[in-house]
Design a protein around this ligand. Structure first.
Ligand code: PGA
Length: 241
């Protein structure tokens, strides 16, 4: 794993956006794996700036999001569909037909998950995957457990994730208890991965990850140690040395 420790969140966001830009310049029709949550928001802001000021062209880019809550409508303000439109898609020249986010209201969820993985492969596989990390070490919604799913699946959220995400909802009772998430195998198939983390809250889990000495399903992000091209980009607050 490569590690970049940046001065602050703004710098981290710029470094991440520059990596995306660089990959886009090599392959304008790249397949980009996207994450939601607070961490990548600064990177998205920087990508929007690059589009508006420097003409960064998203017209041929294809995107796949990591996850979505089950049972939530795409128009719901807390859906990841809504989040992505609001935070990125509405501000760049991406073709919405090229943006894929799991459908939390699919009729046959199991079949839908299989098809999501197939579609990623049909489009050529993910060239660059953006990841955040949960305080509990989850990546996407792959929560610490005795086993982890290989492919895209429906999963139960842990109480700590429900609590962490309740900040976006009016009350904790409104947070969905299940989600569709790309599996660890889906994520590991990405050709290149960047994992972003900022702030003191992430320092403990980042320290564990950077030990690079153990792979355990209890720290799902540790699976990334097996991937040949992962760059971890964090700010000084998330770094404990
Ligand atoms: P955050 O979430 O970016 O909102 O901290 C990251 C995650 O839970 O994966």
């Amino acid at each position: 794993m490569k590690l970049f420790v940046e001065k602050d969140y703004e710098k981290l966001s710029k470094v991440a956006a520059n990596i995306v830009k660089e990959e886009m310049s090599k392959k304008p029709n790249m397949v980009l794996g996207l994450a939601t949550g607070s961490t990548p928001e600064g990177m998205y802001r920087e990508l929007i700036r690059m589009h508006k000021e420097d003409g960064l062209d998203f017209s041929n880019v294809i995107t796949f999001n990591l996850d979505e809550y089950v049972g939530i409508d795409v128009e719901h303000p807390n859906s990841y569909h809504y989040f992505m439109k609001n935070i990125l898609f509405n501000h760049i020249n991406i073709d919405l037909k090229n943006t894929y986010i799991p459908d939390g209201k699919a009729n046959d969820l199991e079949k839908y998950c299989e098809e999501y993985d197939e579609l990623i492969q049909e489009k050529g596989g993910i060239d660059l995957q953006i990841l955040g990390i949960g305080e509990n070490g989850h990546i996407a919604f792959n929560e610490p457990d005795d086993t982890l799913n290989v492919g895209t699946s429906v999963v139960d959220l842990t109480q700590s994730t429900i609590e962490a995400n309740s900040r976006f909802f009016d009350s904790i009772d409104e947070v969905p208890k299940t989600a569709i998430t790309m599996g660890i195998g889906t994520i590991m198939k990405a050709k290149k991965i960047i994992l972003l983390a900022n702030g003191k809250k992430k320092a403990k889990v980042i320290k564990e990850l950077l030990r690079e000495d153990k792979i355990t399903t209890q720290l799902p992000a540790s699976m990334l140690l097996l991937h040949p091209d992962v760059t971890v980009i964090i700010d000084e607050e998330a770094y404990q040395g």
